[in-house]
Design a protein around this ligand. Structure first.
Ligand code: SF4
Length: 145
């Protein structure tokens, strides 16, 4: 099993955008550019789910996208963590109550951390990932696994 300490210092992140307005998607992509330089924290994008430690979910979930989210999560090796990024992933956001969107990320996979906002700024996204890393390493906050 992969050591949690390795994840703490070198987390590989998989981004899954379910759709919605793409605002959170764009902010996440901005957060991983050299402008915000996430590699200073060891954060890198994973090329596929089998290499991923942290799954970042943006957007609202319908039946099809929730099936894909579950499949991606199942493909990731343990220990694995999930961040729900933005109001849509957390609660459905402005799409809550829509006939086709009945799920939030935590209905499908265990969510370890939420990053509120519509959309959250890149700084907030990086702060959220850093917070999760501190929890993984037994620093501040709670650890799920
Ligand atoms: S939370 Fe807001 S910005 Fe993000 S996908 Fe939903 S509507 Fe768009």
């Amino acid at each position: 099993m992969i050591s949690k300490n390795i994840i703490k210092y070198s987390p590989w992140i998989l981004h899954f955008n379910t759709g919605a307005c793409n605002g959170c998607d764009i902010e996440f992509l901005a957060a991983i550019t050299p402008v915000y330089d996430p590699e200073r924290f060891g954060i890198r994008l994973a090329p596929n789910p089998r290499h991923a430690d942290i799954l970042v979910v943006t957007g609202a979930l319908n039946k099809k996208s929730s099936e894909r989210l579950k499949r991606l999560y199942d493909l990731m090796p343990s220990p694995k963590y999930v961040i729900a990024c933005g109001a849509c992933a957390i609660s459905g956001g402005v799409f809550a109550g829509s006939y086709s969107l009945r799920l939030k990320a935590s209905d499908v996979v265990p969510v370890d951390l939420t990053i509120p906002g519509c959309p959250p700024r890149p700084e907030a996204i990086l702060l959220g990932i850093k917070t999760l890393l501190e929890r993984i390493g037994g620093g501040n906050g709670r650890a799920r696994k």
